[in-house]
Design a protein around this ligand. Structure first.
Ligand SMILES: *[C@@H]1O[C@H](CO)[C@@H](O)[C@H](O)[C@H]1NC(C)=O
Ligand SMILES: *[C@@H]1O[C@H](CO)[C@@H](O)[C@H](O)[C@H]1NC(C)=O
Ligand SMILES: *[C@@H]1O[C@H](CO)[C@@H](O)[C@H](O)[C@H]1NC(C)=O
Length: 160
């Protein structure tokens, strides 16, 4: 192992870890953490954020947050430092709101499961939210393709 490479790797991992911790503390502050039902670890900013209530890590990176019915109240911050996040469960938090536009980076990252439950949605879906979805190519004008869905029907399907 080359010492220089190892040191570089360590620095990068350290930056990601401190960004992750800062993002969690930002979430705590923005959603009334002192009023949460269970703020174990969060309230004291305990050393290992992977042991805080509702936090699940893999290899030291936060991969899941489960803060269902925990009294979160306020606007969900962008969660930009949680690039490894795969599952986010925030249902049953009366007073929580989420801006899908500002959440775009995390939505476009590794997230596979999002449950905002009763949260108020502000902002809206980014225009290019479905940019990666396969786009059917329309037939040339005047050509009727049997069995092909009408454009309106396709659009409705993308929205749902
Ligand atoms: C609060 O969360 C911690 C960590 O998940 C857990 O060990 C503890 O039992 C919880 N406390 C209550 C009162 O549910
Ligand atoms: C997203 O997941 C991939 C595959 O597990 C991983 O290689 C990558 O580092 C993850 N992204 C972040 C920002 O952690
Ligand atoms: C949602 O977030 C975007 C991007 O950060 C911002 O421009 C917009 O004003 C926000 N909308 C609301 C309703 O907060």
């Amino acid at each position: 192992m080359q010492p220089a490479t190892w040191i570089f790797g360590l620095c990068v991992a350290g930056a990601a870890a401190s960004q992750q911790r800062a993002t969690l503390l930002e979430l705590y502050d923005a959603t009334g953490g002192s009023g949460w039902a269970n703020a174990s670890g969060w309230a004291t900013a305990a050393a290992d954020e992977c042991a805080w209530h509702g936090v699940t890590c893999a290899g030291g990176r936060v991969v899941a947050l489960d803060l269902v019915e925990n009294g979160l109240d306020g606007l969900l911050p962008a969660l930009g430092g949680l690039g490894a996040l795969e599952e986010l469960f925030l249902a049953e938090n009366v007073g929580l709101s989420a801006n899908l536009t500002s959440l775009k980076p995390v939505l476009a990252g590794n997230l596979t499961t999002l449950d905002l439950g009763s949260a108020e949605i502000v902002g809206g879906l980014p225009d290019d939210a479905f940019a990666d979805a396969p786009q059917p190519r329309p037939p040339p004008a005047g050509v009727r393709v049997p069995g092909r869905r009408a454009p309106a029907e396709r659009a409705a399907r993308a929205v749902l």
